[in-house]
Design a protein around this ligand. Structure first.
Ligand SMILES: NC(=[NH2+])NCCC[C@H](N)C(=O)O
Ligand SMILES: [Mn+2]
Ligand SMILES: [Mn+2]
Length: 306
């Protein structure tokens, strides 16, 4: 499989210094070789241009969404790269940076596919809006914006209107949802697998349910957005908003294996590594382990049956 590596060194979405160094750290840890060693060809498109904006200007565009215009521009640019990559029948792999970039990836994929689904693996829902966000950080908003909910600059990234239908959104691993997020998930009837629910019915059942649900529709492409804070807080010191009660490494690998070997994942984000918060590179090393695992199973199904 031909992989297009796109890296997006942003921290404007989380407003916490360090997330912008994720791509540099993973390149130092030989992320390209890691993917190549799983028998893929990697076209490294390098990092997206990120304009420099001073702290003092973070509310210049909007009084509650920080760095709004830059976030919009960066996502527009990313969307176009993702669209072109899919158009060339490559697999866009997007490394962040914070999760605000999820909006751009989804937008690009949405333009390419007729009926896109999004699987959001995360401790958070990232379905806040300017009204519900407790922080004003746009990494808590990308999935809402992709659903067409929130500030028009965000909901109209790349092309006007919603990028994914509510019934095609699957959130897996949520355990830190804000009040407004719980309400929106309910109102839109999103496929929400909170950690509570996963613990109740079991991860096997959840993965079967998600995969069967996607297979039973005419969804023609799945974008997987993976936030490393889906893993338990104890495993990921190097991320900005860690939450207790998350997935173990084995559970995370099961999720990735199940999704990637099913062959419907056509693009993927890998976000929220913050090397400045990391302890002895443990989180960065874990990221490399998970990326290695991801590409081991990507299109495994096809290869096995070739
Ligand atoms: N991608 C993330 N890590 N998002 C964390 C969001 C935290 C919180 N819900 C907020 O809106 O600020
Ligand atoms: Mn997230
Ligand atoms: Mn998160």
């Amino acid at each position: 499989m031909d992989i297009n590596l796109l890296t997006v060194p942003i921290m404007y979405g989380c407003d916490r210094n360090g997330a912008q160094y994720g791509p540099k750290k993973l390149r130092e840890k030989n992320v390209v070789k890691t993917i190549e060693n799983q028998n893929h060809k990697v076209y490294d498109f390098g990092s997206l241009f990120i304009p420099e904006i001073s702290e003092s200007e973070k509310y210049a565009d909007h009084d509650h969404i920080k760095y709004l215009k830059s976030i919009t521009n960066i996502n527009n640019n990313l969307a176009h790269l993702v669209y072109n990559s899919l158009n060339s029948e490559n697999f866009p792999f997007i490394i962040g940076g914070d999760h605000a970039l999820g909006l751009g990836s989804i937008s690009g994929a949405s333009k390419y596919f007729e009926n896109l689904a999004v699987i959001w693996v995360d401790a958070h829902g990232d379905i806040n809006t300017e009204e519900t966000s407790p922080s004003g950080n746009s990494h808590g908003m990308p999935l809402a914006a992709a659903l067409g909910v929130g500030n028009p600059l965000l909901t109209n990234v790349y092309f006007d209107g919603p990028k994914v239908k509510p019934e095609n959104v699957y959130i897996i691993g949520a355990r830190d949802l804000d009040e407004g997020e719980i309400k929106l998930a309910k109102d839109l009837d999103l496929n929400l697998y909170t950690m509570d629910k996963i613990n109740k019915i079991g991860l096997d059942a959840v993965m079967n349910e998600v995969i069967n649900s996607i297979k039973s529709t005419n969804i023609d492409g799945v974008h997987l957005s993976f936030d490393i804070d889906a893993l338990d807080k104890s495993l990921v010191p190097g991320t900005g908003t860690p939450v207790e009660g998350g997935f173990s490494l084995e559970e995370t690998k099961k999720i990735l294996k199940d999704l990637l070997s099913t062959n419907f994942v056509k693009s993927m984000d890998f976000v929220e590594l913050n090397p400045l918060l990391d302890e002895n590179d443990t989180t960065a090393d874990l990221c490399i382990d998970l990326i290695n695992w991801t590409f081991k199973y990507l299109n495994n199904f096809l290869l096995k049956n070739a």
